[in-house]
Ligand binder design. Sequence first.
Ligand SMILES: Nc1ncnc2c1ncn2[C@@H]1O[C@H](COP(=O)(O)OP(=O)(O)OP(=O)(O)O)[C@@H](O)[C@H]1O
Length: 975
Amino acid sequence: MSPQFVPGQRWISDAEVELGLGTILQCDNRAVTVLFPSNGDTRVYSTRSAPLTRVMFSEGDVITHHEGWQLTVDDNKDLDGLTVYIGEDEHGEWRELPETQLSHELSFQGPRERLLTGQLDRNNHFYLRMLTRQQQAQQVADPLRGLRGPRVGLIPHQLYIAHEVGKRLSPRVLLADEVGLGKTIEAGMILHQQLLTGRAKRALILVPESLTHQWLVELLRRFGLPVTLIDEAYLKNTPLPFEDTQIALASIDWLANSPGHQLLAGEEAWDLLIIDEAHHLKWSPESSSTTYQCVEALAHQIPGLLLLTATPEQAGDAGFFGQLRLLDPQRYPSLEAFREEESHYRDIATILAQLEQGELPDADQQATLAPLLDSDTQALLTLLANPESDEEQKASARQQLMEQLIDRYGTGRVLFRNRRASVAGFPERLPHTYALPMPDLYDEALEHFAEPEHQDQAEILTGQTWPWPALTPERLFSQHLPEAERWWQLDPRVEWLQKTLKSAPQDKFLVICQHAETALELAEGLRVRSGLLAAVFHEDMALIERDRAAAWFADDEDGAQLLICSEIGSEGRNFQFAHHLVLFDLPPHPDLLEQRIGRLDRIGQQHTIEIHVPYLEDSAQSAWLEFCHAGLDQLRAPRPVGGPLFEQFEDDLEGWLNGELSGEEVLAELIPARQEAEDALEAGRHRLLELASHRPEVSESLVAQLEAEDADDSALQDYLERALDVYRLNNENLDEHTWHLRPSNETEGTLLTDVHIDYEEGSSGTFLRDKALVRDDLMYLTWEHPLVRNCMDAVTGSGRGNSCVALLKNKALPAGTLLLELLFVLEGAPQEGLDLPRHLPPQTLRLLLDANGNNLGPKVSFKGLSKQVVKMKKGMARQVVKLRQDSLRQLFDQAEQQAQAYLPSMIEQAQERMQNTLDPELTRLRALAKRNPAVREAEIEQLASLRERLGDALNHAQLRLDAARLLVSTSDDVR
Ligand SMILES: Nc1ncnc2c1ncn2[C@@H]1O[C@H](COP(=O)(O)OP(=O)(O)OP(=O)(O)O)[C@@H](O)[C@H]1O
């Protein structure tokens, strides 16, 4: 029988709920016309099958008149097929409100209204909604959040750092792992985690120009992040390059030298600033470089800061301090204070080592420490020493004490430095040195420039003061004797290189030299002398050409056997697929030497690294090699004391390079000095760093948990399958853990935001980490993949699936028994300046009420129950809703009341979580303020006030009904 439509009645469209309340304009046997005043649209439906539901209100409902006043319904009466509601208005007066005068703005998105008015979704949509909410609540509380998505191997020290730093609010740290240990990956993991958890929304990444593309590729490939590369091409079309960019990646030198763009960058609200190769930021108490000033200004405004450098001490301890003060000016107020503090590191490190072993510092040590310690640190020591403390108290006190010692008296929580020595799995470095005869013409050129009156010229030519230009005799020769042969015709290093390349035709060689001209001319020489084609990489090439050269070298099949780089290729680049490094000359600083070797000696290197150093006998080259190799032992392993010793011995060294001092004399002092400096560092700062940079017990547990998840992808596969079915994205199993995904015309567009998928052909994805690591062509599908996140957002961003009626096939229940299943979500009112969602994740509460209002939820799980649920035809479902309106309304009311009883404990949990995040920071600032007058009271007050306002906002959080499913039991097989 078709429904009885009467002009003036209010109905809503089942298919287009968003149109709101419609009014019947006219109706006959064939068609019914409805006006939707919300947008003025009229729809004509067939009278027999109109997808319309009559809107009827019942006792207790609050309804709104089109003039704005409200009425609480008490009763109603029928007037020629039209309903008139009777009840009290806001002032307690009894009034009548005919349905024709109802406001069209009534919302029908809520589960209660939708269910009671027969707006029903399919059971699988409800199921997806429940799964999504539960999954979201679980993920927010999950300590592994942000660690499972990146396409990276599970490397413990990286996971530790990412976990430790990624969870902080506005982290400010120096990532200073030795070369090639994965600082870029760590920064990417921190960024990914910050974005995923909403701690950061926008990031600015500044790197040397030569590394921009490598960063772009790593961020896309491993983290799938939507990065905008701000390069010349982009700037041509975009005058305001930073506006609306979520993650901007740019050359640091470009920005530092472009005041206009610097201003624009400074106007944006970034959350995180990332700076690669931070040792280029030069600082001394007297002056600082342009790049330093640029970063300092940005770092002042942007709350989060990650500085990356493998060689933080390259510019001496002032340079190192300069980086620390960018991170935490309060913690590091002056160079003198820092130096004074560092003098206590050895004592602190010893005590930390003892605490780690479960021992207490002895009485003497305690006496030395006493003047340094704050009262709360002292209290922890006392608690540990007290025989009455129980083991649990002691373990927690020990942990806190270690953290405080590291933070307040050690290197702080701002510095992370892992070293190869403590990271397993790195191959050996094998140095080979080749003494070659000095050509006479080189001798002539060197003698010429060694004359005091010609040294200036050498300086102009090479950018270095004498005797350093003597390390690159080919440059001096080319200048001094331009008419003679080309240098590559007489330089024995070239012939040596030709032979070496010939002896290992299958192997790739990376050749690094100081100057771009040398790189170019060497390539020319090899081509002319032996027809050998080399890829070349130097600073005068456009970025794209450099990347092309690097790609040609990397190509396995048709690639170049060798790549010749100027110094610019010695930084940040990934060339670990090669294992021969030729140092055509040595760079004029030990840290640069380490950077060069780091191109090959990095994660992923499978072979022993062969380091070849051809050099000219009895020359500045041989002296400098001996200083670095025999003296600093810098070729075999990274030597963090290289930089400081280089400064300390600079005068002696120059004497040696000039032939005025004997090498033996210098080495006799240098070698013991190195030993001593290494011992001191080992016992002091480095020991502290080691303890602060990696806690194996933490990372082992992270790795174990992630591995366990990797081993079982069934929950994710199940979720994704259901979601893709609802959102109409086709998927086909290629194998047990690999899918092919193909969008269709019906696929919802928002599902594919940031998902790198071929819209025509589709793309494949795997749930397996190991497979994703070797197959860049596959998406790596995890709970954190954009596709999965988009599915979740699509579910929670709309009301779809929030109202459902289904059958429950359960023979134990009398047929017709009703169960109402409800899901509530804890929410707070958004407030200016309070990032509430960060502190109030979507906690959920599920109730399952029987007809008497008893909550069976704790006994009957959602998944268990759902196994017995089958769909019910819509017509029948609406009938049930209509017939059981009154008891359903009662049940909804009861559910609201019961939910309220859970509210206090849910709020308490949220408060606890918020306090656990903010309180340690507050305590830390207060403790630092006692030792350091530079910590501003205002800053502490700001944090304390934020904590208070958040506490207040959380106290006002409410439970909102998010979904409801009515289950009607049946013993039949009816569908
Ligand atoms: N967890 C990981 N899984 C897979 N590959 C990794 C991982 N960590 C690092 N790598 C690879 O190891 C190489 C070195 O990593 P990365 O560039 O992050 O090191 P770095 O410390 O920044 O190096 P540098 O000191 O030279 O700047 C890169 O090729 C990177 O892709």
